[in-house]
Design a protein around this ligand. Structure first.
Ligand code: PNW
Length: 474
């Protein structure tokens, strides 16, 4: 008999929210910080909507105390943030800047004082510009630079941060950064994107070992993958083959070496026309396969693919932003379709069952590894009512639907330990600028004033009670 659909979660379940440094901090020139690839990219005309940048963002660098107080007031029990590499190590090499590190120490102490568990992401896409000038992620040396940076942050904060994430969504770094070019550094070279993916993997593996060497053994290390849920348009063998190819390029390229100690052979074969993979040295995969303590999964929407039938090359609609260049190397014969159903402001179809499928897949692929949903959320065109309140029933429905699927996966045996809503507050949505609001907290960009949306209050109640409150009446 199926377990009754209780909507209660275990007492230790973490109810978190997530952000990243460049999207919220601002203060880009303060305390010794130097440009990252996202500073350069956002300041290059034509790269972001309206030429918007993270120069000020939501000024979290100066308002972190209020932001932590707000999280505590809402009832959140965990917070996932990222460290800006160029605040800590401006050139990506050499000694640390204490003032930069001190910001994160103060932030973490503030969180701990409020009973909020910090989860630190080392890399959320803001590579030091100097390292990009030296070749960026397609260059092997960048992996070693990342591991050194990880060690420096681990030494400084390992005594007070227990949960560590090496990379956030390396797929985006590699394939949107070096393939389609819609993310920094904006390069469009399929061979470089595959080299980048490998060096991100290598950097991850080296960083795991570097962190273990300097941190207390109780700390836990994970990675956050935006593992795609890839579905076939039909059961036609050609469409099923398209799914397998995209699955290799979206998922296998990372979890293969990280979790299973090998790249999929099918990935090598499918990409031979752009790379011979000679950049993968014999011992690399063993390095990348360093044991993890948990796995972070980010989920927004599934992908729907088919084999191109004759002339259907058409425009891509894979939701990865506008570019003439595909982020998917060697996949021009595969078509991305719009998944049917209601969509968010990003145009991403709302499909909570995809999250169930994702969780249960990794519960099978990585048995015994605790899972965290390190990002999930939705952009809507939120506006304050005349009374100043912000009502976002669509976001509540989105969260309710997805958290219900998390709970269902847990009932079916998946070991999910926590959930981080993306995002704590409205922020710089990369190439989309400030036009896409993912926050549970509304930010007035004229005054930078924060107002919890009704979804923040709903989610806070879930956090405080450990159960999903009912949906508000329509
Ligand atoms: C993730 N895609 O970005 C990031 O981790 C966040 O920083 C971001 O704000 C959030 O999701 C919402 O977009 C993604 O094209 C960006 O598949 C693009 C894609 C996926 C995730």
């Amino acid at each position: 008999m199926p377990e009754p659909m209780t909507q209660t979660f275990p007492p230790a379940f973490l109810w978190g929210a997530a952000t990243s440094a460049y999207q919220i901090e601002g203060a880009v020139g303060e305390d010794g910080r130097t440009p990252s690839i996202w500073d350069t990219f956002s300041h290059t005309p034509g790269r972001t909507a309206g030429g918007e940048t993270g120069d000020i963002a939501v000024d979290h660098y100066h308002r972190y105390r209020d932001d932590v107080a707000l999280m505590a007031e809402l009832g959140l029990t965990a917070y996932r943030f990222s460290v800006s590499w160029t605040r800590v190590q401006p050139t990506g090499r050499g000694p640390v800047v204490q003032r930069g590190l001190d910001f994160y120490r103060r932030l973490v102490d503030e969180l701990l004082e409020h009973g909020i568990k910090p989860t630190l992401t080392l890399y959320h896409w803001d590579l030091p510009q100097e390292l990009e000038d030296a070749g960026g992620w397609p260059e092997r040396d960048t992996a070693f630079r990342f591991a050194e940076y990880a060690r420096l942050v681990g030494e400084a904060l390992g005594d007070r941060v227990e949960q560590w994430i090496t990379l956030n969504e390396p797929w985006c770094s590699a394939f949107l950064g070096y393939g389609s070019g819609v993310h920094a550094p904006g390069r469009t070279d399929p061979a470089a994107s595959l080299r980048a993916a490998h060096h991100l993997n290598l950097g991850h593996g080296l960083a795991v070992s570097a962190l273990r060497a300097v941190m207390p053994a109780r700390n836990r290390i994970a990675v956050s993958l935006n593992s795609s849920v890839v579905r076939p348009l039909s059961q036609d063998p050609a469409d099923l083959a398209a799914v397998r190819r995209i699955d290799d390029l979206a998922n296998g390229v990372f979890h293969g070496p990280m979790l299973h100690g090998a790249y999929p052979e099918s990935l090598f074969e499918a990409t031979r026309s752009v790379t011979d993979w000679s950049h993968v040295l014999d011992t690399d995969v063993r390095t990348i396969n360093a044991p993890l303590d948990a796995l972070g999964l980010n989920y927004y929407t599934p992908a729907l693919v088919s084999a191109a039938s004759g002339e259907t090359k058409g425009p891509r609609s894979d939701g990865h932003g506008a570019s003439e260049h595909s982020p998917w190397p060697c996949a021009d014969d595969i078509v991305f379709h719009q998944t049917p159903g209601e969509r968010t402001e990003m145009g991403w179809t709302i499909d909570p069952t995809g999250l169930y499928d994702l969780i249960t897949r990794y519960a099978r692929e990585a048995p015994g590894l605790p899972l965290y949903i390190t990002e999930n959320g939705a952009a809507y065109d939120d506006k304050p009512d005349p009374d100043g309140r912000v009502h976002d029933p669509e976001r509540i429905a989105y969260l309710h639907g997805h958290l219900s699927e998390v709970r269902r996966a847990m009932a079916d045996g998946a070991d999910v330990r926590g959930y981080y809503l993306w995002s704590l507050m409205d922020n710089f949505e990369w190439a989309y600028g400030y036009g896409k609001r993912f926050g549970a907290v509304y930010v007035d960009y004229a005054t930078l004033e924060r107002t919890p949306k009704s979804s923040a209050l709903w989610y806070g109640e879930a956090a405080r009670t450990g159960a999903l409150p009912p949906l508000p009446a329509a």
